[in-house]
Design a protein around this ligand. Structure first.
Ligand SMILES: Cc1cc2nc3c(=O)[nH]c(=O)nc-3n(C[C@H](O)[C@H](O)[C@H](O)COP(=O)(O)OP(=O)(O)OC[C@H]3O[C@@H](n4cnc5c(N)ncnc54)[C@H](O)[C@@H]3O)c2cc1C
Length: 574
């Protein structure tokens, strides 16, 4: 049986009830997944529970950048930039199929005063180009010195004409010059899944749709947790020597459950992205940085999968379980895009919208969230609960390492750091197998866009191709203009613990972001493919369809109440 097949989930929940664990990790976002992998790789017996699906929280709502963060440089936040650049290099090495370098065109305009959030200006903006150049040299130097370049090129200063050539959509009036610098990008949900799968391969016992509702305490110390199986509607008790709270914006709540005043203060900060077609925003292979917003931030327009994503905002809190974009969020983004791009854009060009909450550590005294540091903290409660919070997607490995170091020290052992050189599942032999995937994919008649897309599975793509060898129908696309194929739905059930259509459409694939209909047009196909794998009755299939449909309709209703153009909803079948 595969470690993450759907039938394994039930098995894992019974195991969790009967076994005693060294470490229980609460939360299946990138941080929790990283902690589970780090702990199991050091030899701990590990269980992980996630209340919804892996990466269903912030870890599927990011800008998907694996970056040092140039905007932290003007704040002289060198420690953070350095840490993130080191991790960028580590990820490029350990997950080469999931993380790739990308260029960022950064234009400078006459009248710019605080590009990239520069806290000071110069008379008439004279010398700003030189200051930016020095900053980018430092960025490259930090990356090269501490992490090795790993295929990420050094920045270049660009003439006005070159900026126009690389970013043809930019407004040219008052354009002076620019730069191209390099960072990396990933698929955040699939990165989280790769960590979960690697941890499972090492022997971690993992379940999604399993929510910690309360703790078992003995002499004031947490020794276990009551976990509600959301799909089986039953409660189990999981016992562990160490319990790690990796629940992002929910960290304070989990600390409260342990019966003590929370050590951590999280200040959730909402970030919204808009998704466009690359043609509509004339985006090529390089991303574009909008260097200065009204509130001295920067915005990114990034080619991602088959689309362009644009964001992000940085505002206050709300319903943490259901982050939603407001009219102000959407207008803020659209207005800045229109200011910097010469293409005609209206709300109708928006393909989809997504929102998420950053788990920022709160600064005493109410600092603006844009300025709050993205660094992380590992905190120990008097109950023994260990909470890891803050950080970024990019720094998940370091966060996990620091957390498990605390557990090692508690156990009196010297910390070791196995994840520094631990290839994630799909990475081993990827460079050699990449060619096999291409040759086999072409022989099976797959479209080049689909073959290119299958790199998200690394060497595991060969497993997907095997499914198509057995049943050619599985090589058919789910949606004509997107690369996803039917085999991925089967694969998600057999190897990636996909339990609901939402899991497949929002996280195993990114159809909900890339498709104007948010997956509603392929819902019936997806449910019927999943039904075979899960042995769903027709009533269960209907329930799954209805649940997905009503969740999407609710989301669309909120967005359409805002400013987004209407989409045509496919009729229900049957
Ligand atoms: C708009 C935006 C853009 C960003 N862009 C970037 C970027 O480009 N690059 C970058 O490096 N970082 C970026 N980040 C930051 C990054 O996305 C986050 O730091 C990271 O995803 C947080 O992961 P996490 O695992 O800590 O939290 P989450 O992903 O939220 O995971 C916490 C999990 O805990 C689960 N949980 C909660 N309560 C319970 C319970 N009782 N029982 C079981 N499970 C529970 C939740 O369901 C959730 O899945 C961005 C963030 C935002 C919001």
């Amino acid at each position: 049986m595969q470690p993450l097949s759907t039938s394994v989930r039930t098995h894992n929940l019974s195991l969790m009830e009967s076994e005693q664990y060294d470490v229980l990790v609460i939360g299946g976002g990138v941080t929790g997944a990283g902690v589970a992998l780090d702990a199991v790789a050091r030899g701990y017996k590990v269980a992980l529970v996630e209340k919804v699906d892996f990466a269903s929280g912030t870890s599927s709502k990011s800008t998907k950048l694996v970056h040092g963060g140039i905007r932290y440089l003007p704040n002289f936040d060198f420690a953070l930039v350095h840490e993130a650049l080191v991790e960028r290099g580590t990820l490029l090495r350990n997950a080469p199929y999931l993380v790739k370098p990308v260029g960022f065109v950064l234009p400078l305009y006459e009248g710019d005063r605080h590009p990239v959030g520069l806290p000071f200006s110069t008379p008439g903006g004279i010398g700003l180009g030189l200051i930016m150049d020095i900053g980018l040299w430092m960025y490259d130097l930090m990356a090269g010195m501490f992490a090795g370049s790993r295929g990420v090129k050094r920045h270049r200063r660009l003439s006005r004409n070159k900026v126009m050539e690389l970013a043809p959509s930019l407004v040219t009036e008052k354009l002076k010059e620019g730069f191209i610098y390099y960072d990396a990008q990933t698929n955040d949900a699939r990165l989280t899944l790769a960590l979960i799968r690697t941890a499972a391969q090492f022997g971690a016992t993992i379940a999604n749709y399993a929510e910690v509702t309360s703790f078992v305490t003995e002499n004031g110390k947490v020794t276990g947790a009551h976990v509600l199986d959301q799909l089986g509607n039953q409660e189990i008790t999981v016992r562990a020597r160490h319990i790690v709270n990796a629940t992002g914006v929910f960290s304070e709540h989990i600390e409260e459950l342990a019966g003590y005043e929370p050590q951590v203060q999280v200040k959730p900060s909402k970030g919204v992205h808009l998704v466009f077609s690359c043609e509509d925003v004339k985006l090529g292979n390089d991303a574009v940085v909008l260097p200065e917003t009204d509130d001295r931030r920067i915005l990114f327009l990034v080619p991602w999968e088959s689309r362009a994503i644009f964001g992000t905002t940085d505002t206050g809190s709300g319903d943490l379980d259901h982050p939603t974009a407001t009219q102000e969020d959407i207008s803020y983004l659209l207005n800045h895009l229109k200011r910097y791009l010469s293409v005609q854009l209206t709300e109708d060009n928006i393909i989809s919208v997504y929102a998420g909450y950053r788990p920022l550590l709160s600064a005493r005294g109410g600092d603006s969230t844009a300025k709050l540091s993205r660094t992380h903290a590992v905190l120990q409660s008097p109950s023994g609960l260990v909470t890891i919070v803050g950080g970024k997607l990019t720094t998940y490995r370091r966060m996990a390492q620091d957390t498990v170091d605390v557990l090692s020290r508690r156990d009196g052992s010297t910390p070791i750091h196995p994840t520094l050189n631990l290839p994630l599942q799909g990475s081993a032999g990827w460079l050699a197998k990449q060619r096999d995937v291409e040759i086999k994919g072409l022989a099976l008649g797959l479209n080049p866009q689909t073959i290119q897309h299958l790199r998200h599975y690394g060497s595991e793509a060969l497993g997907l191709l095997k499914l198509i060898e057995e049943d050619a129908e599985l090589g058919r696309r789910l949606i004509d203009d997107l690369p996803y194929i039917r085999a991925e739905v089967i694969y998600a059930c057999r190897h990636e613990m996909a339990m609901t259509p939402y899991d497949v459409l929002a996280r195993r694939t990114s159809i909900m972001l890339e498709d104007r209909q948010r997956g509603l047009g392929v819902l019936d196909d997806v449910v019927s493919l999943m039904a075979n794998e899960h042995n769903w009755s027709s009533e269960q299939q209907q329930l799954m369809s209805e649940t997905f449909r009503s969740a999407v309709m609710q989301q669309l209703a909120v967005e359409q109440e805002q400013v987004i153009g209407s989409i045509s909803i496919p009729p229900k079948k049957g």
